[in-house]
Design a protein around this ligand. Structure first.
Ligand code: GAR
Length: 211
């Protein structure tokens, strides 16, 4: 028989290399890293990039032998140059899927197009409600009965991409933005790994392997 040899199964099922972008605490990044430590996980976190040197999450990444890189947006004269460095760093680590995890910079259309279909975000509201900042305060002010979080594909409009998954929590009498944020965050830590696993399981299935 001629043609290229059938790839070995272990090659086909290699975990998908994921890069995570953070700006601060990094608790969602931690949840993603911990989930990736499971045997035969569908993805592997190959780098964590922060746009601030004081992002706390960098310490966790480094302590788990994950390359922890600072790309300080203030060191660049334009968003495009900052993002070019981000992309270069991601590509240098062989990243296939980028997970935004509390990354607080708006990305330009150019960057989004470059990573289209491979760029996901977690947002602390039940999108399409409460795009943008201060979502917990706004949900309380609006008198919502429930709140939650959303994992979505990143598109050119901020917090507008197709929804991958959502988790809901009740809003309780006496809630403050802080108590509500804590209830939502606990759900984020389950939702994000589950959604990323779904994406990466599909990506590494033999049918979707490019070569
Ligand atoms: C999370 O609640 C995340 O959903 C939110 O920032 C927090 C980061 O926490 N993201 C956004 O608001 C994006 N617009 P973490 O650093 O502990 O993961």
């Amino acid at each position: 028989m001629t043609g290229s040899p059938t790839p070995r199964r272990s090659t086909l099922l290699a975990p998908v290399p994921v890069g995570i972008l953070i700006s601060g605490r990094g608790s969602n990044m931690e949840a993603l890293v911990r989930a990736a430590q499971a045997p035969n996980a569908s993805y592997k976190v190959v780098c964590v990039i922060a746009n601030r040197a004081d992002a706390k999450g960098l310490q966790f990444a480094a302590a788990h032998d994950i390359p922890a890189v600072v790309v300080n947006h203030k060191a660049f004269d334009s968003r495009e140059h900052f993002e070019a460095e981000l992309s270069q760093t991601l590509m240098a680590h062989g990243v296939r899927v980028v997970a935004l995890a509390g990354f607080m910079r708006v990305l330009t259309a150019g960057f989004v197009r470059q990573w289209q279909g491979r760029l996901v975000n977690i947002h602390p509201s039940l999108l399409p409600k409460f795009k943008g900042l201060h979502t917990h305060e706004r949900a309380l002010e609006a008198g919502e009965p429930e709140h939650g979080c959303t994992v979505h594909w990143v598109s050119e409009g901020v917090d507008e991409g197709e929804i991958i998954g959502q988790a809901r929590v009740p809003i309780k009498a006496g809630d403050t933005p802080e108590t509500l944020a804590a209830r939502v965050l606990a759900e984020e830590h389950t939702l994000y790994p589950a959604c990323l696993d779904k994406i990466c399981t599909a990506l590494r299935s033999p049918q979707t392997q490019s070569t």
